[in-house]
Ligand binder design. Sequence first.
Ligand code: CP
Ligand code: NVA
Length: 308
Amino acid sequence: MKHFINLEDIPAKDLRRILIDAKKRKIVRKKLNNLDPDKGTPLKGKLLIQMFEKSSLRTRLSFFLAISQLSGRTLTLRPDELHLSKGGESIEDTAKILSNFGDAFMLRTDNDEKLEEFKKHLTIPIINGLSPSSHPTQILSDVFTVEEIKKKPISKLNITWIGDSNNVLNSLIAASIKFSFKLKVGCPKKYQPNKSMMNYIKKNKNKITFYNDPKKAVEGADVIFSDKVISMNDKVNKKRKLRDFKNFKISKNLMKKCPRAIFLHCLPRGSEVDENVFKSKQSKVWQQALNRVHVQKSILLYCFGKLR
Ligand code: CP
Ligand code: NVA
């Protein structure tokens, strides 16, 4: 049994094994319907319990399809209907019940410590479906999408992030270290990653560079990533933050500076990308979203110790 909480904690070779498995599984599903099972029904009889403390469309649907295609089932709990969130029941006792009734737990949370606390008490795998500090299932899936479209290992590509230093960027930074790819980050100076992330970057002698000029950050890029300037539960002065990011909008003009680049965005989007970029040929956001199903299937199998 394995947990999937942060890319930092997972060996690079395991992350690669997950991507290889996802690629094989995706190829053989071409003619199947969404709910048709994969051959071998690898997670038959298994129950994935999901809980979302924040909104979700893609993660919810993609985990539903992922476990269904592996022949397992999912049940989504509403946090406001549990004793846990009303303060009446501890994480320890909740975890005991989840472990007895289910086979894996996927949690989207507004508190990183909750993931660790659940991990301590669960005897089943826990998967991080987004936390304030990371979004590992998204980024592993995005590495898959990049390699699928560019037909090259990501280590041979130039990746650029334009936007806030948020959970998605933290996972992209971790991926850049695990998969050894060059990453340029374009954001206003005061929005660079926090100290602990910067220390992680330094410690790992990485290939990450920071730019306060978006035009410099996109030079030579094969992939441009972006995300909302204001994340869920971002407790900032929203008006001021949006103003600070005004020059970091992904516009047609900016994309012209990196003509071979594809545009990726985990969604939902805000005002950080112009409509004519979002809907352009360079944009691969729908393919990106769909790939979550394929990669999360292999993440589930990894957690269950059933990766081929
Ligand atoms: N990208 C992503 O995680 O989307 P949701 O918030 O809709 O799940
Ligand atoms: N950074 C965004 C990602 C949403 C999928 C957020 O946390 O709101």
